[in-house]
Write a protein that binds this ligand. Structure first.
Ligand code: MG
Length: 240
């Protein structure tokens, strides 16, 4: 199963081999189980503005900027763009509700996976569109010794967020590796699109409520149903 996915990836890009030297981890939904709170907060904020919005839509839009998530809904529902004031108001509501749900815990088995990868002397980077300072601080708390704060790619580093490949292209630079020497681990369709557009082997782990099919359609080279599944298959995967 893995060898077919890897071979078709190599053929598509005319790469010599998949020789993994670095793994790029998305944060929301991969390192931390933040998506349920994000999705619920979006529903409350959008409904408050008279926009019908579901948690499923919240998951589909993961990674998109708040402003463009809001604007897309305005165009769909009201047939016009949102004003700056409306965007700010709704996004403020969303952020306040998100914070009110309290701190999210790590996704089970992600830490075990990162330890395994570190033991293999494979580099680890966080690549996120998030600029949540408290969450970035919590990376060190919950993933001690795994990541280096100076080498994270966050909202502060990039001009274009996911699904643009920029964050992952920057990660290749920071890790000083070629696209066939890295692997991306993502949970969201837009994140998967970004990894794929950067020409990197992209593994989707479905830690949320989306159909697996959505992640396949986004271009994921492999889709796992949960983090334990990826953790358990990791050795087999990198020995291909
Ligand atoms: Mg994510």
């Amino acid at each position: 199963m893995f060898s077919t996915a890897i071979q078709s990836f190599l053929n598509q890009h005319h790469y010599p081999a998949l020789n993994i030297k670095a793994v790029f981890f998305d944060m929301d939904g991969v390192l931390f189980d933040t998506m349920p709170a994000h999705a619920k907060a979006w529903v409350i904020a959008m409904n408050g503005a008279g926009l019908h919005f579901t948690e499923y839509q919240g998951y589909l839009n993961e990674g998109r900027t708040g402003a463009s998530t809001i604007d897309n809904e305005f165009v769909k529902v009201f047939g016009r763009h949102s004003t700056e004031e409306e965007k700010q108001h709704i996004y403020k509501q969303k952020s306040e509700h998100f914070l009110s749900f309290g701190e999210s815990m790590p996704i089970p088995y992600t830490y075990e996976l990162t330890k395994k990868i570190k033991a293999e002397n494979i580099d680890r980077l966080v690549v996120t569109g998030s600029g949540e300072k408290t969450l970035l601080d919590r990376v060190e708390q919950f993933y001690p010794g795994i990541f280096n704060r100076q080498r994270m790619v966050t909202a502060y580093d990039v001009k274009h967020g996911k699904p643009n490949p920029e964050p992952y292209l920057m990660a290749l630079q920071k890790a000083n590796v070629k696209p066939w020497e890295a692997v991306v681990i993502e949970n969201a369709p837009l994140g998967v699109q970004a990894g794929v557009a950067a020409g990197i082997f992209t593994i989707a782990v479905n830690t949320g409520i989306l159909e697996d099919e959505v992640l396949h359609q986004a271009g994921a080279n492999l889709v796992f149903g949960n983090m334990k599944d990826l953790h358990d298959h990791w050795d087999k995967l990198i020995r291909q």
